[in-house]
Design a binder for this molecule. Structure first.
Ligand code: TYD
Ligand code: ZN
Length: 405
């Protein structure tokens, strides 16, 4: 049995999604032979309730110079992170010598607003190509992983930070103990650690099982984050819903006793208790329903193929790797997918090797169906591709259940 990365307690398996690749490791055809695979499965700690991967992929294999994910890839994300930055500028960062550190700043989607305001900042980003994009926007970035040592170096060079921020990054870090030691070194006495991550309740409740992939080592809830913060000498003081990636929570952590936990913290903890978020029956139900989605989706794709109609994918998010590898959807069922990110185009989706082509190929193919892998951007994509529906095309979605619209 695996032991919990946070508290050492026993971790019991919830769901096994089979042999899977690293979800953002898009491949050249020549790389297919040596592709790295691991067992993608999650479990929950019987003691602190933290849901986590049973096996993890070394971080150097996940974030490298060829890491393709760009946080600025959608208009809604750009707008959201600009708002985040403005809030920090109006609240925590109003002092004369304010300083903010972002863990995993990616292409600088949040920090660019901070940099434009002339406020001291530092991005910490191990994926060198995306870090370079951030630098191009005038953002200060160090190309490394955040841990206790990095934090000590930053503190020595820049002094204490009022805010350490992370978005869709903190659940990627397997060494949480070192991360929190780093926060202890880096944060000023009233500093806060704010992070926005996929929410376990959304994954279970909305059946967003494709949020499970190698990069997401942890699947946070208010309860497990509260336990983690307490274990490492901090306190959960605020929670807030964030409408990205299908439903996330923004957690605020402070040094114990420095800020009063908000009503929202109590409410969310009570709600998790009420819906039985950490109950074995919830885990079992999730596993069964996900298996049903797989079976329904495969049935539909086979029906489409057998009736001579056509389907292609839309979007090549990391989530597409999970669903296609779990269901066994290869180019025989879905000949290609398209994505607007130039760095992903003309490569192969990891594991199942669907070619990733530019959106123009989607227009040229004029398929009968489009399988919407980037379902969290449904509104934006469907508005952009209105013509597809107007000429009779149909969208297929599979979260929370398989449906055609
Ligand atoms: P994203 O939401 O970042 O998800 P993940 O964390 O699972 O990778 O990925 C969305 C993908 O969809 C990204 O590769 C960009 C692509 N995309 C399009 O191709 N067209 C669009 O109009 C939008 C909004 C996104
Ligand atoms: Zn635990």
């Amino acid at each position: 049995m695996t032991s919990c990365r946070i508290c050492g307690g026993p971790v019991q398996e919830i769901l096994d999604l089979g042999r899977q690749p690293s979800a953002n490791k898009f491949l050249l055809p020549s790389e297919v032979e040596q592709e790295f695979l691991f067992r993608l499965a999650i479990g929950a700690c019987a003691d602190c309730t933290m849901v986590q991967l049973l096996e993890d992929v070394p971080q150097e294999l996940r974030y490298h110079s060829a890491y393709r994910y760009l946080a600025s890839g959608s208009a809604s994300h750009r707008k959201h992170f600009e708002q985040d930055a403005r809030r920090f500028l109006e609240t925590e960062l109003t002092g004369p010598d304010a300083f903010i550190v972002e863990i995993g700043c990616n292409d600088g989607v949040m920090l660019e607003t901070i940099a434009q305001a002339g406020v001291r900042h530092l991005g910490v980003e191990p994926a060198s190509a995306v870090a370079e994009i951030a630098r191009g926007k005038g953002i200060d970035v160090v190309t490394t992983f955040f841990d206790a040592d990095t934090a000590a170096d930053i503190r020595a060079a820049h002094g204490p930070a009022q805010v350490v921020f992370g978005a869709n990054t903190i659940c990627h870090i397997s060494h949480q103990e070192s991360l929190f030691r780093g926060l202890d070194t880096l944060l000023g006495p009233d500093g806060v650690f704010v992070f926005e991550e996929p929410y376990l309740e959304t994954i279970f409740g909305a059946l967003a099982f494709d949020q499970i992939y190698d990069e997401h080592v942890f699947y946070f809830s208010a309860r497990s984050v509260q336990a983690m913060a307490a274990r490492f000498g901090f306190e959960l003081v605020d929670v807030e819903e964030v409408p990205l990636h299908g439903g996330e929570i923004r957690y605020t952590i402070a040094r114990p006793g420095r800020r009063r936990p908000t009503e929202a913290v109590h409410q969310l903890l009570a709600r998790e208790q009420e819906i039985g978020l950490a109950e074995p029956e919830t885990y079992a139900r999730f596993g069964m329903t996900v298996a049903q989605v797989r079976s329904d989706l495969l049935t539909l794709l086979h029906e489409i193929r057998d009736s001579g109609r056509t389907v292609v994918g839309y979007g090549a998010p990391a989530k597409a790797a999970t669903v296609t590898n779990y269901c066994g959807i290869g180019p025989d069922l879905v000949p290609f997918t398209c994505d607007s990110t130039p760095a992903k185009q003309n490569l192969l989706l990891p594991g199942t090797h669907l070619p990733v082509l530019p959106p123009e190929e989607f227009h040229k193919a004029a398929p009968d169906f489009a399988l919407l892998f980037a379902w969290n951007h449904a509104e934006e994509i469907m508005a952009k591709e209105r013509a597809f529906r107007e000429r009779g095309g149909k969208w297929i979605r599979y979260v929370p259940q398989v449906r055609i619209s």
